[in-house]
Design a protein around this ligand. Structure first.
Ligand code: GLU
Length: 449
């Protein structure tokens, strides 16, 4: 990959760093996109004249608010809530909410920045945003989570709307949290506005396949990358980091397509199960019982739990990082390559460090970046919004077929764009350039706003 930043773009990047101090992940996400844009400015000089890059790096609106709530003992707690409305040139702000103690403004900004390009790649009319809180749902009772969500929404609701800003889930925000958030929005506004949140339960406006969509979509993308190389997932040994929503449905689809997932993980350790991960068990432990992955080993005598282990040391042909940002560093990438990895599909947002990405691209593995690979989740959110708008609900088969078509199209688009811009096989360039051009053209059309 030509890691080349034109002088003009380099100056913009320096300005972004100076204006947003202490936001390392945001700088990283911006740098990765800007590195791809040199040839775009040559082809579209109006983007430079109209300062599109400068404008795209500055969120349209950033909201930070206090979230006070009471635990079951009556003690008060104060968390911080965020919503960064990054860009609405092609549609209402769209993107998940993350509840995790690591959340700070820089994390939400990196996620929002990634999201705006990811959403553009889906081909659906959705802008980019992201939000969340440093609240940790782990170990909290359902009632505590409910009180937190109600307090969070009591502030956030004024910024939302089906045509304005439409949140969904992310790490720490699943069906339970979305239910409490939607309930409070409905109560405050006195509107049953289904399209204001996505990832809703099936009985109250949700879409079939939304739960599975990020994982299934990621596997469809990897299937397409392998197809270009006249290869398939059939019989491949895979490793999927994490054991949350993305990881579970990535593993499920990999198994359905004939691959074998031999390891998954959580932040405490790694499960290695050569026979193939028992996905039903992971679902029960994580989705129903909210337990740690360590408990898996007590159900399967031939599985191994490695406390504090590194999942990237487990040999595999296909790696699908599906936990969190920067979980594959240079050392991990080297271990994967040494063990014969031929494809990497990022189910999480920015899970590979710049050094790791460079190593994968230099080694010629099929490397699918998160903003393309994991776009199936938000794409199916847009399908959920379509169903809400028409008061309809589609079948599982129909919705999954649509998801598959969308992922196949994203793959083709990123592949062709990379080729057009002289970076054949480089999906990082393909995804950055295709999505940037789409958003930039809309911004030019809408004037200086
Ligand atoms: N949080 C997911 C993502 O990173 C889904 C966002 C959505 O559905 O709005 O894309």
């Amino acid at each position: 990959m030509a890691v080349f930043m034109e002088e003009k773009i380099e100056a913009i990047y320096r300005q972004v760093m100076a204006k947003n101090p202490g936001e390392g992940e945001f700088h990283q996400a911006v740098k990765e996109v800007l590195e791809s844009l040199g040839p775009v400015l040559v082809k579209y000089p109006e983007f430079a004249d109209k300062k599109i890059i400068e404008r795209i790096c500055e969120p349209e609106r950033q909201i930070i608010f206090r979230v006070p709530w009471q635990d079951d003992k009556g003690e008060a707690h104060i968390n911080r809530g965020f919503r960064v409305e990054f860009n609405s040139a092609i549609g209402p702000y769209k993107g998940g909410l993350r509840f995790h103690p690591s959340v700070h403004l820089g994390i939400i900004k990196f996620l929002g920045f990634e999201q705006l390009f990811k959403n553009a790649l889906t081909g659906m009319p959705i802008g980019g945003g992201k939000g969340g809180s440093d609240f940790d749902p782990k170990g909290k009772s359902d009632n505590e989570v409910m009180r937190f969500c109600q307090s969070f929404m009591t502030e956030l609701y004024r910024h939302l709307g089906e045509h304005t800003d439409v949140p969904a889930g992310d790490i720490g925000v699943g069906a339970r949290e979305l239910g409490f958030l939607f309930g409070q929005y409905k109560r405050i506004t006195n509107r049953y506005e289904s399209g204001v949140l996505t990832g809703k339960g099936i009985g109250w406006g949700g879409s079939l396949v939304r739960k599975e969509a990020t994982g299934y979509g990621a596997v469809f993308f990897v299937r397409e990358m392998l197809k270009v190389r006249k290869d398939s997932l059939e019989g491949k040994t895979c490793v999927v980091s994490g054991s949350g929503n993305v990881a579970i449905y990535t593993m499920e689809k990999l198994h359905q397509l004939g691959a074998r997932v031999v390891a998954c993980s959580d932040s405490n350790g790694v499960i290695v199960h050569d026979k193939g991960i028992d996905i039903g068990l992971v679902k029960r432990l994580k989705e129903v019982e909210r337990r740690r992955i360590a408990d898996y080993a007590s159900h399967h005598k031939d599985a191994r739990y490695v406390a504090g282990g590194n999942i990237w040391d487990v040999p595999c042909q296909v790696a699908m990082p599906s936990a969190t940002q920067n979980e594959i560093n240079g050392k991990d990438a080297r271990a994967l390559l040494k063990n014969g990895c031929i494809a990497v599909g990022e189910g999480a947002n920015m899970p590979t460090t710049p050094e790791g990405v460079k190593l994968f691209l230099e080694a010629g593995v099929a490397f699918g970046p998160g903003k393309a690979v994991n776009a199936g989740g938000v794409a199916t959110s847009a399908l959920e919004m379509q169903q809400n708008a028409s008061r309809d609900s589609w079948t599982h088969e129909f919705t999954e077929r649509k998801l598959d078509e969308i992922m196949t199209r994203i793959h083709a688009n990123t592949c062709e764009t990379a080729e057009e811009f002289g970076a054949t096989g480089n999906y990082v360039v393909g995804a950055n350039v295709a999505s940037f051009i789409k958003v930039a053209q809309a911004m030019v059309a809408l004037g200086l706003i």
